[in-house]
Design a binder for this molecule. Structure first.
Ligand code: ZN
Length: 146
């Protein structure tokens, strides 16, 4: 994916108002979770309306940080029976264990920490596996882990 260079603001339409900034911090409020702050972000933002876009790298960093922080918060309230091992998750999703780790890194599946290890959440995985099966049945190709 290539980074788009913003000059004119696509939100308010002001010409040449987009400025690149780095070292930004943003506070996210995922429903049902405590606020999560992510720092060291960069992106292009409009000097007029303040709207803008994170860089691709920052978007990935946000997804990873949110998944990770939510996992840490969930670790306190999710019980063992609601978790899957990475191996079980890989079998369910028909990908490799590495594929599951990558999906967790990218914030594409929910997981929790237990004893310092990451465990995918059963309910999230079974829903995604069902959607995946639906895709296969409809002949729309396959969900790639990368
Ligand atoms: Zn604007």
């Amino acid at each position: 994916m290539r980074e788009k260079k913003w000059i004119d603001c696509p939100v308010c339409g002001t010409k040449g108002s987009m400025r690149y900034s780095k070292g930004l911090m943003e506070r996210f409020n995922p429903p049902g979770y405590e606020p999560i702050e992510v720092s060291g972000l960069d992106g292009s933002f409009c000097q007029e309306c303040g709207d803008g876009f994170w860089s691709l790298k920052s978007k990935a960093a946000i997804a990873k940080e949110l998944a990770d922080s939510m996992a840490k918060q969930d670790s306190k309230r999710i019980v063992a029976s609601e978790m899957l091992s990475v191996k079980e998750a890989a079998k369910l999703m028909r990908v490799t264990p590495q594929g599951i780790h990558k999906m967790m890194d990218e914030g594409r599946i929910h997981y929790v920490y237990a004893a310092g290890l990451r465990f995918p959440i059963r309910k999230d995985l079974t829903e995604k596996a069902a959607a995946f099966k639906g895709l296969l049945a409809a002949g729309k190709g396959q969900l790639s882990p990368g």
